[in-house]
Design a protein around this ligand. Structure first.
Ligand SMILES: [Zn+2]
Length: 257
């Protein structure tokens, strides 16, 4: 009798999960919501640029990306979208992915839900008005966001939360050679590379970055394309079931973006 009741309970909960959530394995707390890299079968990586668009620097970057036939992902600040809508339109027209990076770059983890909602909504509306594209990705400023916020933002906005696994600390302006070397040394298949198209040294570093990563055989896709290529991590006999988490050899994302 007890085991029969247990069976019924299991069936009931399985039915609830099956109908209320996406058909993903419920192995992690946030299945399919947050990414700092993606497990892929192939030399694919995503270049991402935060905090723009910049009237002075973004056009140079777009020229370079076009010359290399590379699609990147831009995490835009709503205030800058409102100032440079024509650049957002160009980014979208040239096949880049446009994503949400908040309206004014606050620390979302310290804000009220209403405040966060306003930051994301205003930015999404500005992006839609400039490019007719609806963003599906959010990168929280400083990578700062709580697990609870991730869940409701994913539920209400449909956003995936995108962090990174390669950080050249270009915002500290260490010089183009250092930025290039840090990116090239740390990029692996499935990497999400963080950079900012608001710093001149970052733009100066990009010819080196793109040439050297191409020479190593990497191919560039947008973040959504990278996620669409995701393949399961094969289980290792000695590995724990948590091996689906971030790569153990990779440092955790640092709180700067
Ligand atoms: Zn940022």
């Amino acid at each position: 009798m007890l085991s029969f009741r247990f069976l019924i309970l299991c069936l009931a909960s399985a039915f609830t999960i099956g109908t209320s959530q996406k058909p993903k394995p419920a192995a992690t707390a946030e299945p399919g919501i947050t990414f700092d890299w993606v497990h892929v079968d192939g030399p694919y990586v995503a270049m991402t640029f935060d905090d723009g668009p910049s009237a002075k620097l973004t056009p140079k970057l777009l020229d370079l990306l076009a010359a290399h036939h590379i699609k990147a992902t831009f995490f835009l600040i709503g205030e800058n979208v409102a100032e440079n809508p024509e650049l957002v339109a160009r980014e979208a027209r040239e096949g880049h992915e446009i994503a949400n990076h908040s309206w004014s770059h606050p620390n979302l983890a310290k804000m009220s839900d209403d405040g966060v909602r306003s930051q994301l909504r205003r930015t999404e509306d500005a992006i839609k008005s400039a490019s007719s594209n609806r963003p599906t990705l959010l990168r929280p400023p400083y990578g700062s966001i709580s697990p609870r916020q991730k869940k409701w933002i994913n539920r209400d906005f449909g956003y995936k939360i995108i962090l990174w696994d390669v950080d050249p600390f270009d915002w500290k302006r260490p010089g183009p050679n250092v930025v290039c070397n840090r990116i090239v040394r740390n990029t692996r298949a499935g990497s999400i590379i963080l950079a900012h198209d608001i710093h001149p040294g970052t733009i100066e570093a990009m010819p080196c970055v793109l040439n050297q990563l191409e020479a190593k055989g990497f191919k560039f896709v947008t973040v959504s394309e990278l996620i669409a290529m995701q393949t399961p991590i094969p289980p290792k006999p000695s590995a724990s079931p948590k091996s689906a988490g971030p790569r153990s050899t990779s440092p955790s994302p640092t709180p700067h973006d």
